[in-house]
Ligand binder design. Structure first.
Ligand SMILES: *Cc1c(COP(=O)(O)O)cnc(C)c1O
Length: 506
C-alpha cells in the first residue's frame, strides 16, 4: 500500500515510512492511497487476532511479511495484556443497543487498542528501513495517553519513552499507574506546572533544532506517539468489523444488514476508523459523532463552519476536551473527493484564523455521513444514572456522552437500526464522576470509590486496578520546566554522568 499526503505536498511513501515519519514533514497527514475491500463472509467464526490479521495485512504487506504481522498481533492482543478473550467484548443492553467495550487492556481505556500494537510496527519499520538511531518518544500527558503509551512502548527494542505529566495535576489513580510502570526503557517525569505548561514545553523541545541536532549526533531521534500516526489509526479499524461479526453471531442482525455506529469523539481518530471500515465494505448507515461541552464538531457538522475560537471547558470526560480534532483532516480529504487544494486552503485558514468553512457540496456530504450533537455535563451525569437504573450497566462519562447523543439521534431521526456504541473507558477509571452520578455524593479518594462503587453496582473492578495500590513505585522524578532538556540528556546518558533515575525503593 502506498500512502499519500492530504495536502498533496509530499511523494507517496510505503507503510513503514508513513509509520516512522508520523506526519507529513511539510504538514498534512498520510492516508492510504486506496482502501482495500474486505469480504465479511470470510471473517465468520474467526478470533479477534485472525480478524485483525485480515484487516491489517493489505495495509502493511508492502513492507511487512505475514509472519511479522501475525507476530505483532500476538504480542499485542493476548490474554496477558487484555482481560477478555474477546479483546473487545460486545455487550448488548437490549435488542438494539450494543456496547463495544474497548477498555480491557492494561490501562482500562481505548488508547490501548492502538498503543499495544503500534510500537511493534514502529520498531520493525525502523529495522526494515535501516534507521539506525534510537527513537526517543516524548509525551506530554494530562493523564490517560501517558500510561497507555508507557505500557505500549515498554521494552520495545530501539525505543525509549519519556512521559511528562503535571505534578499534582492528574488523578491519583493516573499518577500511580504511571509511577509504577516497569520496563527498562520507560521514564516518567512530573513537571511543576499545569498540563498546558507541560505540552508547551514538549512542543518547544520538538521545535528546537539545535537540541535535536545535539541528540542526533549521539544517535537519538525524537518522535511522538501522537494519534495522527497511521500506525495508531489502523488497528482501530479492526474492532468495528469485530463488532459486526459479534452481532451476526448473536443473530441480532443478518448478513448485509446495516448498523449505526456512535463514537464519543475528541481527536476524531476512533470515528474515522469506523468511517474507513464502512468504506472497506462494512454495512454502516450513520456515523454518530458525540461531543461533550467542547462541541466544535457538533457545530461543524450542522453549519459547515469549523470554529476553534471558543471557550475551552474542562469536563468530566477529559479525553474529549479538544478544540482541534487532528484526524478530521483525513475525513475531509476523503469527502472532498481527495481535493488537496481545498484541504490546504481550509487548514491554512485554521492555522491563521482558527476557523474555516467548507463549500456546500462538502457540507452536504458531511451531513450524509455524520450526525453530530453533544451532551452537557448535567446530561452526561443523568445518562450514567439512567443507564444504570434501566440496564444495570455502568457507563464511564465518555461513553455516557455517546449514549446521550445516540438517544438524541434516535429522537430526531427515528432511525432505529441496531447501534454499536464505542465504549472508550472503564467506569472505574473516571470513577469520581461515576460515583457522584450514581450516589449524588462527592468523594475524592479514588480507591475508596472503587470499593464503594463495586459494592453498590456489582460491576466488576478490573483486577489490575485493584492491585495498583500494592505495586512498587519505580519513578519519582519531579522537575521544573526549565530543567526538561537537561533531564532528557541525563536520561539518555548524554553530556555528563548517566544518572540512575529508577527509584530503588522497596
Ligand atoms: C482518546 C479518548 C477519546 C477520544 O477518541 P478520539 O479518537 O480522539 O476521538 C474518547 N474517550 C476516551 C476515554 C479516550 O481516551
Amino acid at each position: 500500500m502506498e500512502y499519500i499526503s492530504t495536502r498533496g505536498n509530499y511523494n507517496s511513501v510505503s507503510s513503514a515510512e508513513a509509520i516512522i515519519l508520523g506526519m507529513v514533514p511539510a504538514g498534512g497527514l498520510f492516508v492510504p492511497e486506496e482502501l482495500p475491500k474486505i469480504d465479511i463472509s470470510e471473517l465468520k467464526n474467526k478470533s479477534y487476532q485472525e480478524v485483525a490479521f485480515n484487516i491489517l495485512k493489505p495495509f502493511l504487506s508492502d513492507d511487512f511479511t505475514d509472519e511479522e504481522i501475525k507476530n505483532f498481533i500476538s504480542m499485542a492482543y493476548n490474554e496477558k495484556n487484555f482481560d477478555s478473550k474477546d479483546i473487545a467484548p460486545l455487550v448488548s443492553l437490549d435488542e438494539k443497543i450494543n456496547i463495544l467495550e474497548l477498555w480491557h487492556g492494561p490501562t482500562f481505556a481505548f488508547k490501548d487498542m492502538a498503543l499495544q500494537i503500534m510500537p511493534y510496527f514502529l520498531s520493525k519499520a525502523m529495522e526494515k528501513k535501516n534507521f539506525n538511531k534510537e527513537i526517543v518518544i516524548l509525551v506530554a500527558t494530562s493523564g490517560d495517553t501517558g500510561k497507555a503509551a508507557l505500557e505500549g512502548f515498554k521494552d520495545v527494542p530501539h525505543i525509549k519513552i519519556i512521559v511528562f505529566y503535571p505534578d499534582g495535576g492528574v488523578s491519583s489513580i493516573q499518577e500511580l499507574q504511571m509511577k509504577t510502570t516497569d520496563g527498562k526503557n520507560t521514564f516518567v517525569v512530573g513537571v511543576k506546572g499545569n498540563f498546558d505548561d507541560c505540552q508547551t514545553m514538549v512542543k518547544q523541545i520538538f521545535a528546537n533544532k539545535q537540541f535535536k541536532e545535539e541528540l542526533s549526533e549521539k544517535g537519538f531521534e525524537l518522535s511522538s506517539a501522537n494519534s495522527i500516526n497511521w500506525g495508531r489509526l489502523l488497528p482501530q479499524i479492526v474492532y468495528y468489523f469485530w463488532a459486526y461479526l459479534k452481532l451476526l453471531d448473536s443473530k441480532k442482525i443478518l448478513f448485509d444488514d446495516k448498523i449505526n455506529i456512535c463514537v464519543p469523539t475528541g481527536n476524531f481518530g476512533n470515528i474515522l476508523a469506523a468511517y474507513y471500515a464502512k468504506n472497506m465494505g462494512l454495512p454502516v448507515s450513520k456515523l454518530i459523532c458525540a461531543s461533550n461541552s467542547n462541541n466544535v464538531l457538533a457545530d461543524f457538522i450542522t453549519s459547515g463552519k469549523y470554529d476553534s475560537k471558543r471557550t475551552f471547558y474542562k469536563t468530566i470526560s477529559p479525553s474529549m476536551d479538544i478544540l482541534i480534532s487532528s484526524n478530521l483532516e483525513r475525513f475531509l480529504f476523503d469527502i472532498s473527493r481527495r481535493n488537496f487544494f481545498k484541504i490546504r486552503e481550509w487548514y491554512e485558514n485554521l492555522s491563521k484564523n482558527g476557523a474555516f468553512k467548507v463549500d456546500e457540496t462538502t457540507k452536504s456530504r458531511l451531513k450524509t455521513e455524520l450526525y453530530g450533537n453533544y451532551s452537557t455535563e448535567e446530561e452526561t451525569m443523568k445518562e450514567i444514572k439512567e443507564t444504570f437504573e434501566k440496564y444495570n450497566y455502568l457507563l464511564d462519562p465518555h461513553t455516557a456522552v455517546a449514549m446521550n447523543v445516540y438517544k438524541k439521534y434516535l429522537n430526531e431521526s427515528e432511525d432505529d437500526l441496531p447501534v454499536v456504541i464505542s465504549s472508550t473507558a472503564s467506569p472505574y477509571k473516571f470513577n469520581s464522576a461515576v460515583y457522584k452520578a450514581i450516589t449524588g455524593k462527592d468523594e475524592k479518594d479514588e480507591f475508596k470509590i472503587l470499593e464503594e462503587l463495586n459494592k453498590i453496582t456489582n460491576f466488576t473492578v478490573p483486577e489490575r486496578l485493584k492491585q495498583l495500590k500494592e505495586l512498587e513505585i519505580k519513578h519519582n522524578l519531579s522537575i521544573s520546566i526549565d530543567e526538561a532538556k537537561k533531564t532528557i540528556k541525563k536520561i539518555l546518558g548524554i553530556g555528563g554522568k548517566r544518572i540512575c533515575l529508577k527509584s530503588s525503593k522497596k
